[in-house]
Design a protein around this ligand. Sequence first.
Ligand SMILES: Cc1ncc(C[n+]2csc(CCOP(=O)(O)OP(=O)(O)O)c2C)c(N)n1
Length: 374
Amino acid sequence: MTAPYARSDEPELVQLLTPEGERREHPDYAFDLDDDAIKGFYHDLVMTRRIDTEAFMLQRQGELGIWASLLGQEAAQIGSGRALRKQDYVFPTYREHGVAWCRGVDPLALIGLFRGVDHGNWDPAEFGFHLYTIVIGAQTLHATGYAMGVQRDGLVGTNDAERDTAVVAYLGDGATSQGDVNEAFIFSTVFNAPVVFFIQNNQWAISEPIEKQSRIPLYRRASGFGFPGVRVDGNDVLATYAVTKAALQQARDGGGPVLVEAFTYRMGAHTTNDDPTRYRLTDELEHWKLKDPLARVKAYLVRNGLADEAFFEQVEADADTLAEHLRSSTRAMPDPDPAKIFDLVYQEQTPELVEQKEWFVKYHASFAAQAEVH
Ligand SMILES: Cc1ncc(C[n+]2csc(CCOP(=O)(O)OP(=O)(O)O)c2C)c(N)n1
């Protein structure tokens, strides 16, 4: 069996920045931003990694119930997230902390979800960023349905850059084995829905390797459904930006769905509940460390004299400030009102729900009364 990482050298992989920090050109995908934008991407990458490592440590200290780390996947998320326009709409999984950062969602809202004090405390409509979906692949159907709605609202192919809208569904390699995802592919292509399926192929679905999910590279699956697919170096923030930007534009222009496979690697555990040393070899991780998405942008900036020591120090200082804010604010989060679940789940309160809520409030209060007696 071929090691998963051997495939990353396939010629179809779109790459604009090598692991050594050298720029590459691609005939179909040009990077059209300047070096200041690349410095901005570097800032995003470092901040996102720090949110991730901080949340991981908070989980280890017992402050969070669980955390799904994005370590290694920062470039896939920042590149694609920065390619979005304000009016676009994102359906994430549970690992899209970098995309959330690009959409302006407060990282504390993500942390609150994993602490179990709320159900996702951000307004999806405000940020164009849906709540996290834990059910593998389900969000691809939500995204397809939403995209069909966008199309029917006349928000596709009008040539108005402020108006034309694309929808993105993020998913993992393992999710492509789900029926939901295959149904979403069929619906989106036959209805020409403006949706981009952004697969972060991080090589593992918990302990199942990509070899057990597919006999062919994932991006080629799209052609079987009748829409285009492209594989991009998911550790290259410039390439993920350029490829996603083109895919989003095709969707907004009325060209239908596109599948983007970001070829990347999950450097950490699946979640904080999991031990990857039980199923994967250390040399695989060591191989991918050489492709680190942050190191290659830093190498580019340094080797071209575009950023000095003061710039990197400032980025680290910003990350330290954010980390301190996340730590202290997480510990200060109040416990939720248990009855709140009744207010948030349903649009309308039926008499039965009102009755259930009253019973639940009394039942819950009985514990406090018992504690006073004893
Ligand atoms: C429908 C469903 N089946 C199983 C699970 C349990 N589960 C949680 S994460 C996961 C693996 C997902 O792998 P992948 O799609 O590659 O995404 P990744 O976590 O690697 O980003 C599974 C099977 C689930 N959450 N939902």
